[in-house]
Structure formats: structure tokens, C-alpha cells
Design a protein around this ligand. Structure first.
Ligand SMILES: NC(=O)C1=CN([C@@H]2O[C@H](COP(=O)(O)OP(=O)(O)OC[C@H]3O[C@@H](n4cnc5c(N)ncnc54)[C@H](OP(=O)(O)O)[C@@H]3O)[C@@H](O)[C@H]2O)C=CC1
Ligand SMILES: CC(C)(CO)C(=O)C(=O)O
Length: 299
């Protein structure tokens, strides 16, 4: 059996970014099927990096001390069912909400880790990703740090590889904060076909983004979630830093792939409706993106 310290599941944008930060560690890349992965490539401004990794199919027999799930949110359930018994500690890197709960249900709270990533990365071809905006990785567990060792090993390795990372006590408020930011940037830039900077440079888009954020804040607050910083300030910060990036949702639509809208505006709207809150802006953005997927025959 193959045993590795890190398994990166999914060699897309975030998977390659993680493989770059962990390039000097014991890493295997786990792929969905037989597709050959030899080299992954990352572009960062003028700099280019390329490295060959050991890789396995997800169906193979392997064991990972830390499994890093870097697929889309809608693939997580299937991935989890395939890596159960093959991973000790499992990390999620998806945008959106409701994902860490899947890990906790399958691996227990002590072995489940969530994260919020504010780097902006875009595809530059098969197994190639380009950094379009610097950000950070915030990582933690539900409620408190259950396993400080695993958290500090991961954060040390990412830092050593040049990544910005912060370990926090309870990841849930950070997941909500990031989802609220994504609920504004992603669907609006998708519907406009614009770069992230549109939500600050286009005054109409900006006022829609701020309205969306306000609803998300209300829902979080009604659920007793104390956001770690001001979402409005964060929106300006992230949309500025990743201004030249096309959001992951717009990239999905351009590639005729399913979006993660169900896990972002869909999730926020559903929670708001359960609490009888007005979530019309999130609901409308959700319906618009779902309608767009349908027009493009994306299922
Ligand atoms: N792009 C960005 O700037 C940011 C993205 N994120 C989040 O990160 C997550 C990943 O996004 P991103 O990297 O852009 O997505 P990508 O589509 O680029 O990558 C996902 C990868 O997972 C692979 N995959 C799917 N199912 C499996 C499986 N069962 N086993 C192994 N691999 C599998 C896909 O393969 P295939 O293509 O063959 O299906 C693909 O290579 C998303 O939740 C996104 O919201 C967070 C912050 C920033
Ligand atoms: C940080 C940001 C907004 C980068 O584009 C992102 O999370 C995404 O595109 O999904």
C-alpha cells in the first residue's frame, strides 16, 4: 500500500496551488480516473514552476495522514465515500457552506479541518494554474482546535513553501465570512461576465454586492455566528487583491461546468428562509445562476 503524509485530491486550480506550497513534502496527487498526471505547473507573474508528483487513482489502495480535498463542493460527498478508511485527517478547501459538516459526519470532529482561501487562481491549461491574486489560507476546526499538532504541521509546511496561512480557533465564522464575500463576487461577476474588480469599479454592481452582503450578515447573525471581520471591508479588500481574476463561478460557466451556487447563495437563502428573514437578493442571484446553467445545458 502507498502511504503519504499529504494526498491532494483533485489536480485543479486549488490542488495545484497546494501542491506548489507543499512541493518539498511527501505528497501524492489523487485523481478521479486513469488520466495521466505527470507534471503540474504554476505560473506566478514572470515565474513558472513545474514538478512531477506521484499520483494514484482515487479507487486505488493508499493511505494519507492528511487528505486535502481540492475538488468542487458538489464532489465532496463522493470523494469522502471513496477515501473513508484511507485517510486519517481530512481538510476541505471549498468555497461555500455545508462542507465541513460532511467531513465531521464521516471522520469525526477531531480529524476534520476546514479552510477559507482568498488566493485567486485560474486555469492556464491542463494541470496548469496561474496565481491572479495573492491572499491567504485560514485553517481551523469546528468549535476549537482539537488537534494542534496537525494544524501546526500543516501551517508550517505551507509557510515553508511560501504560502500565507493563519490557524484559527473556530473555523465556522471564517467559512461564513468567505461565503458571504463569494455570495456577492461570484454570481455578480458571473452574470456580468466580468473580472472580480467589477464589484467595486461598477457602481451598480457594487450596490448589488453590498445588498447581498447585508442579507448574509443578517442570516449569520440570526444563527449566532459572529463574523471575524467586517464583510464590506473584506469585499473591497478581496475584490481589489483578486481584481484581475475571473471568479471560480465565472470560470465554471465559461468551461460549461456546474457552479457552486447551491453551496453559496443557495445555502444562505435556504438558512434565511428557515429563519423567516428577507433573503430576496440571494434568492434572485441563486435563481439567475441556476437559470444560466440550465440555458447552457449544465446539469
Ligand atoms: N479558483 C479560485 O480562485 C478559488 C477556488 N476556491 C474553491 O476551491 C475549490 C476547487 O476549485 P478549483 O480548484 O478552481 O476547481 P477545479 O475544477 O479547477 O478543480 C477541481 C478538480 O477536482 C477534480 N475532481 C473532481 N472529482 C474528483 C474525484 N472524485 N477524485 C479526484 N479528483 C476529482 C476535477 O477533475 P475534473 O476536472 O476531471 O472533473 C478537477 O481537477 C472550489 O470549491 C472553489 O470554490 C477557493 C478559493 C479561490
Ligand atoms: C477569492 C475569489 C473571489 C477569487 O476569485 C474566490 O474565492 C473565487 O473565485 O471563488
Amino acid at each position: 500500500m502507498h502511504e503519504h503524509e499529504y494526498c491532494i485530491i483533485g489536480a485543479g486550480n486549488i490542488g495545484i496551488l497546494l501542491s506548489y506550497f507543499l512541493r518539498n513534502e511527501d505528497v501524492a496527487i489523487i485523481k478521479k480516473n486513469n488520466s495521466e498526471i505527470t507534471y503540474v505547473r504554476l505560473l506566478n507573474g514572470e515565474k513558472s514552476w513545474e514538478q512531477r508528483f506521484v499520483s494514484f487513482e482515487i479507487e486505488n489502495n493508499f493511505f494519507c495522514r492528511k487528505a486535502l480535498i481540492a475538488t468542487k463542493a458538489y464532489n465532496v460527498e463522493e470523494v469522502v465515500s471513496k477515501i473513508k478508511g484511507k485517510a486519517e485527517n481530512v481538510f476541505s478547501f471549498q468555497n461555500g457552506l455545508g462542507i465541513i459538516e460532511i467531513l465531521v459526519n464521516n471522520f469525526g470532529v477531531k480529524n476534520s479541518f476546514g479552510s477559507s482561501i482568498t488566493y485567486g487562481v485560474s486555469s492556464c491549461g491542463k494541470y496548469c494554474t496561474e496565481i491572479k491574486g495573492l491572499g491567504e489560507i485560514i485553517v481551523g476546526q469546528l468549535g476549537k482546535k482539537y488537534d494542534e499538532n496537525v494544524l501546526s504541521e500543516f501551517s508550517y509546511a505551507i509557510k515553508k513553501g511560501g504560502g500565507n496561512i493563519e490557524v484559527v480557533d473556530d473555523i465556522m465564522p471564517y467559512l461564513w465570512l468567505k461565503a458571504i464575500i463569494n455570495s456577492a463576487i461570484n454570481p455578480i461577476t458571473t452574470l456580468l461576465g466580468s473580472k472580480n474588480k467589477a464589484v467595486i469599479e461598477n457602481d451598480f454592481a457594487q450596490s448589488l454586492a453590498l445588498k447581498t452582503i447585508k442579507e448574509g450578515e443578517k442570516v449569520a447573525s440570526a444563527l449566532g455566528i459572529k463574523l471575524p471581520s467586517d464583510p464590506e471591508k473584506m469585499l473591497f479588500e478581496i475584490a481589489t487583491k483578486t481584481g484581475e481574476n475571473y471568479s471560480s463561478m465565472l470560470q465554471d460557466i465559461k468551461n460549461k461546468k456546474r457552479t457552486e451556487i447551491d453551496y453559496i447563495n443557495g445555502y444562505i437563502a435556504l438558512q434565511g428562509e428557515k429563519l423567516s428573514l428577507n433573503v430576496e437578493t440571494n434568492k434572485t442571484l441563486y435563481l439567475m445562476v441556476k437559470a444560466l446553467e440550465k440555458e447552457l445545458f449544465i446539469t
